[in-house]
Write a protein that binds this ligand. Structure first.
Ligand code: SAH
Length: 228
Protein backbone atom coordinates (compact mmCIF):
# COMPACT_ATOMS: atom_id res chain seq x y z
CA UNK A 1 0.00 0.00 0.00
CA UNK A 2 1.19 3.50 -0.80
CA UNK A 3 0.24 6.56 1.23
CA UNK A 4 1.17 10.12 0.24
CA UNK A 5 0.84 12.72 2.97
CA UNK A 6 0.58 16.33 1.80
CA UNK A 7 1.76 18.74 4.45
CA UNK A 8 3.32 22.14 5.07
CA UNK A 9 5.30 20.61 7.96
CA UNK A 10 6.36 17.14 6.82
CA UNK A 11 9.05 16.98 9.53
CA UNK A 12 6.28 16.65 12.12
CA UNK A 13 5.43 13.29 10.57
CA UNK A 14 8.85 11.71 10.43
CA UNK A 15 9.26 10.39 13.94
CA UNK A 16 5.91 8.56 14.21
CA UNK A 17 6.70 6.77 10.96
CA UNK A 18 10.26 5.83 11.78
CA UNK A 19 9.73 3.57 14.76
CA UNK A 20 8.21 0.33 15.87
CA UNK A 21 5.47 -1.19 13.77
CA UNK A 22 5.36 1.60 11.17
CA UNK A 23 9.07 1.21 10.61
CA UNK A 24 8.73 -2.53 10.25
CA UNK A 25 5.82 -2.20 7.81
CA UNK A 26 7.95 -0.03 5.56
CA UNK A 27 11.06 -2.18 5.89
CA UNK A 28 9.06 -5.22 4.87
CA UNK A 29 7.84 -3.31 1.81
CA UNK A 30 4.21 -3.65 2.88
CA UNK A 31 3.71 0.07 3.36
CA UNK A 32 5.24 2.98 1.47
CA UNK A 33 4.74 6.42 2.97
CA UNK A 34 5.76 9.44 0.93
CA UNK A 35 5.83 12.84 2.59
CA UNK A 36 4.97 15.58 0.12
CA UNK A 37 6.21 18.98 1.21
CA UNK A 38 3.60 21.50 0.07
CA UNK A 39 6.15 24.29 0.45
CA UNK A 40 7.73 23.03 -2.77
CA UNK A 41 4.50 24.02 -4.52
CA UNK A 42 4.26 27.42 -2.79
CA UNK A 43 3.58 30.56 -4.81
CA UNK A 44 6.10 33.23 -5.75
CA UNK A 45 9.53 33.78 -4.34
CA UNK A 46 8.29 33.38 -0.76
CA UNK A 47 6.65 30.06 -1.62
CA UNK A 48 3.40 31.35 -0.21
CA UNK A 49 0.89 28.75 0.92
CA UNK A 50 -1.78 30.68 2.80
CA UNK A 51 -3.74 33.87 2.46
CA UNK A 52 -6.34 36.04 4.21
CA UNK A 53 -9.89 34.79 4.12
CA UNK A 54 -12.42 36.44 1.86
CA UNK A 55 -15.03 38.23 3.91
CA UNK A 56 -12.51 39.10 6.59
CA UNK A 57 -11.87 37.56 9.98
CA UNK A 58 -8.90 36.22 11.88
CA UNK A 59 -6.77 33.37 10.64
CA UNK A 60 -5.19 32.38 7.37
CA UNK A 61 -6.51 29.85 4.88
CA UNK A 62 -4.48 27.41 2.80
CA UNK A 63 -4.60 28.45 -0.83
CA UNK A 64 -5.87 26.23 -3.60
CA UNK A 65 -3.06 26.31 -6.13
CA UNK A 66 -0.20 24.63 -4.22
CA UNK A 67 -2.48 21.85 -3.00
CA UNK A 68 -4.08 21.32 -6.42
CA UNK A 69 -0.70 21.26 -8.15
CA UNK A 70 0.62 18.68 -5.73
CA UNK A 71 -2.51 16.49 -5.98
CA UNK A 72 -2.52 16.64 -9.78
CA UNK A 73 1.15 15.85 -10.05
CA UNK A 74 0.62 12.72 -7.94
CA UNK A 75 -2.51 11.78 -9.87
CA UNK A 76 -0.53 11.95 -13.11
CA UNK A 77 1.67 9.15 -11.78
CA UNK A 78 -0.95 6.76 -10.40
CA UNK A 79 -4.62 6.40 -9.56
CA UNK A 80 -5.65 7.16 -6.00
CA UNK A 81 -8.46 5.26 -4.31
CA UNK A 82 -9.03 8.03 -1.79
CA UNK A 83 -7.96 11.62 -1.23
CA UNK A 84 -8.56 12.19 2.45
CA UNK A 85 -8.67 15.53 4.28
CA UNK A 86 -8.05 15.41 8.01
CA UNK A 87 -10.53 17.84 9.56
CA UNK A 88 -12.42 18.18 12.85
CA UNK A 89 -15.73 18.41 10.95
CA UNK A 90 -15.13 15.09 9.16
CA UNK A 91 -16.52 11.65 9.97
CA UNK A 92 -15.12 10.44 13.29
CA UNK A 93 -12.41 7.82 12.72
CA UNK A 94 -13.25 4.32 13.93
CA UNK A 95 -11.95 0.79 13.42
CA UNK A 96 -14.44 0.15 10.60
CA UNK A 97 -12.99 3.02 8.56
CA UNK A 98 -9.43 1.80 9.29
CA UNK A 99 -10.36 -1.69 8.10
CA UNK A 100 -11.85 -0.31 4.86
CA UNK A 101 -8.90 1.94 4.12
CA UNK A 102 -6.39 -0.84 4.82
CA UNK A 103 -7.72 -2.62 1.74
CA UNK A 104 -6.85 0.23 -0.65
CA UNK A 105 -3.76 0.49 -2.85
CA UNK A 106 -3.03 4.22 -3.02
CA UNK A 107 -4.22 6.88 -0.64
CA UNK A 108 -3.48 10.59 -0.32
CA UNK A 109 -3.89 12.34 3.01
CA UNK A 110 -4.04 16.13 3.12
CA UNK A 111 -3.10 17.88 6.35
CA UNK A 112 -4.63 21.29 6.93
CA UNK A 113 -3.16 24.20 8.86
CA UNK A 114 -4.24 27.65 10.04
CA UNK A 115 -8.02 28.04 9.59
CA UNK A 116 -8.10 25.09 7.21
CA UNK A 117 -8.08 24.77 3.43
CA UNK A 118 -9.98 26.65 0.74
CA UNK A 119 -13.38 24.98 0.53
CA UNK A 120 -13.03 24.40 -3.23
CA UNK A 121 -10.32 21.80 -2.61
CA UNK A 122 -12.79 19.90 -0.46
CA UNK A 123 -15.53 20.20 -3.07
CA UNK A 124 -13.49 19.18 -6.08
CA UNK A 125 -10.76 16.80 -4.91
CA UNK A 126 -11.40 15.34 -1.49
CA UNK A 127 -13.17 11.96 -1.44
CA UNK A 128 -13.33 11.48 2.33
CA UNK A 129 -13.06 13.76 5.35
CA UNK A 130 -11.91 12.26 8.62
CA UNK A 131 -11.74 13.64 12.15
CA UNK A 132 -9.81 11.94 14.95
CA UNK A 133 -12.13 13.33 17.61
CA UNK A 134 -14.14 16.29 18.83
CA UNK A 135 -11.29 18.64 19.62
CA UNK A 136 -9.21 20.98 17.50
CA UNK A 137 -5.49 20.54 16.85
CA UNK A 138 -3.27 23.09 15.18
CA UNK A 139 -2.50 20.96 12.15
CA UNK A 140 -3.46 17.78 10.33
CA UNK A 141 -0.08 16.07 10.79
CA UNK A 142 -0.79 14.36 14.12
CA UNK A 143 -4.21 13.20 12.87
CA UNK A 144 -2.55 11.90 9.67
CA UNK A 145 0.00 9.99 11.77
CA UNK A 146 -2.86 8.46 13.77
CA UNK A 147 -4.61 7.42 10.57
CA UNK A 148 -1.49 5.91 8.97
CA UNK A 149 -0.64 3.97 12.12
CA UNK A 150 -4.17 2.64 12.51
CA UNK A 151 -4.26 1.52 8.86
CA UNK A 152 -0.66 0.32 8.60
CA UNK A 153 -0.89 -2.16 11.44
CA UNK A 154 -3.81 -3.86 9.70
CA UNK A 155 -1.90 -4.67 6.51
CA UNK A 156 -1.39 -8.42 6.25
CA UNK A 157 2.10 -9.37 7.42
CA UNK A 158 2.79 -6.17 9.35
CA UNK A 159 2.08 -7.52 12.82
CA UNK A 160 4.23 -10.47 13.81
CA UNK A 161 1.35 -12.51 15.06
CA UNK A 162 -1.04 -12.23 12.14
CA UNK A 163 -4.08 -12.77 14.29
CA UNK A 164 -3.32 -10.24 16.95
CA UNK A 165 -5.09 -7.26 15.35
CA UNK A 166 -8.25 -9.34 15.20
CA UNK A 167 -8.44 -9.40 18.98
CA UNK A 168 -7.91 -5.70 19.52
CA UNK A 169 -10.65 -3.52 20.90
CA UNK A 170 -13.44 -2.63 18.45
CA UNK A 171 -12.69 -5.41 15.93
CA UNK A 172 -15.84 -7.26 16.92
CA UNK A 173 -17.55 -4.33 18.64
CA UNK A 174 -16.06 -5.46 21.93
CA UNK A 175 -13.31 -3.87 24.00
CA UNK A 176 -10.22 -6.04 24.54
CA UNK A 177 -9.99 -8.16 27.71
CA UNK A 178 -7.36 -7.40 30.39
CA UNK A 179 -3.86 -8.74 29.72
CA UNK A 180 -1.11 -9.85 32.09
CA UNK A 181 2.53 -10.86 31.89
CA UNK A 182 5.22 -12.11 34.29
CA UNK A 183 5.50 -12.23 37.25
CA UNK A 184 2.44 -14.28 38.09
CA UNK A 185 2.37 -12.62 41.49
CA UNK A 186 3.58 -9.16 42.54
CA UNK A 187 2.99 -7.73 46.03
CA UNK A 188 0.35 -10.37 46.49
CA UNK A 189 -1.50 -9.25 43.32
CA UNK A 190 -2.15 -12.42 41.40
CA UNK A 191 -2.80 -13.07 37.76
CA UNK A 192 -6.20 -14.80 37.34
CA UNK A 193 -5.71 -18.56 37.73
CA UNK A 194 -7.45 -19.41 34.51
CA UNK A 195 -4.72 -17.69 32.48
CA UNK A 196 -2.12 -19.98 34.04
CA UNK A 197 -4.24 -23.12 33.62
CA UNK A 198 -3.17 -23.95 30.08
CA UNK A 199 -6.81 -24.73 29.30
CA UNK A 200 -7.27 -22.89 26.02
CA UNK A 201 -11.05 -23.27 25.96
CA UNK A 202 -11.45 -21.89 29.46
CA UNK A 203 -9.07 -19.04 28.67
CA UNK A 204 -11.07 -18.12 25.56
CA UNK A 205 -14.29 -18.19 27.56
CA UNK A 206 -12.81 -16.02 30.32
CA UNK A 207 -11.49 -13.51 27.79
CA UNK A 208 -14.82 -13.28 26.03
CA UNK A 209 -16.64 -12.75 29.32
CA UNK A 210 -14.19 -10.05 30.39
CA UNK A 211 -14.48 -8.34 27.01
CA UNK A 212 -18.22 -8.32 27.28
CA UNK A 213 -18.19 -7.09 30.86
CA UNK A 214 -15.75 -4.31 30.06
CA UNK A 215 -17.79 -3.25 27.05
CA UNK A 216 -20.99 -3.23 29.08
CA UNK A 217 -19.37 -1.11 31.76
CA UNK A 218 -17.46 1.32 29.56
CA UNK A 219 -19.02 1.36 26.11
CA UNK A 220 -22.54 -0.04 26.17
CA UNK A 221 -23.14 1.86 22.92
CA UNK A 222 -20.98 -0.73 21.11
CA UNK A 223 -23.27 -3.60 22.03
CA UNK A 224 -26.27 -4.33 19.86
CA UNK A 225 -27.88 -6.68 22.36
CA UNK A 226 -27.01 -9.99 20.61
CA UNK A 227 -24.10 -10.87 22.82
CA UNK A 228 -25.90 -12.21 25.90
N1 SAH B 1 -11.03 26.12 11.66
C1 SAH B 1 -11.13 24.69 11.60
C2 SAH B 1 -10.01 24.03 12.36
C3 SAH B 1 -8.68 24.18 11.72
S1 SAH B 1 -7.45 23.36 12.65
C4 SAH B 1 -12.43 24.25 12.22
O1 SAH B 1 -12.88 24.91 13.15
O2 SAH B 1 -12.99 23.22 11.80
C5 SAH B 1 -6.16 23.21 11.47
C6 SAH B 1 -6.05 21.86 10.82
O3 SAH B 1 -5.77 20.87 11.79
C7 SAH B 1 -7.27 21.37 10.07
O4 SAH B 1 -7.29 21.87 8.77
C8 SAH B 1 -7.10 19.87 10.12
O5 SAH B 1 -6.31 19.40 9.02
C9 SAH B 1 -6.33 19.64 11.40
N2 SAH B 1 -7.17 19.15 12.51
C10 SAH B 1 -7.44 19.82 13.66
N3 SAH B 1 -8.20 19.10 14.48
C11 SAH B 1 -8.43 17.93 13.87
C12 SAH B 1 -9.18 16.75 14.22
N4 SAH B 1 -9.85 16.66 15.37
N5 SAH B 1 -9.20 15.73 13.34
C13 SAH B 1 -8.55 15.81 12.16
N6 SAH B 1 -7.85 16.91 11.78
C14 SAH B 1 -7.78 17.95 12.61
Amino acid sequence: MRIDILSVLPDLLRSPLEHSIMKRAQQKGLLEVHLQDLRAYGLGKHKQLDDYQFGGGAGMVMRLEPVVNCIEQLQAERTYDEIIYMTPDGVRLDQGICNQLSMQQNIMILCGHYKGIDERIRTHFITREISIGDYVLSGGELPAAVLVDSIGRLLPGVLNDETSALFDSFQDDLLAPPVYTRPAEFRGWKVPDVLLSGNFKEIEKWRYEKSLQRTQERRPDLLDGDED
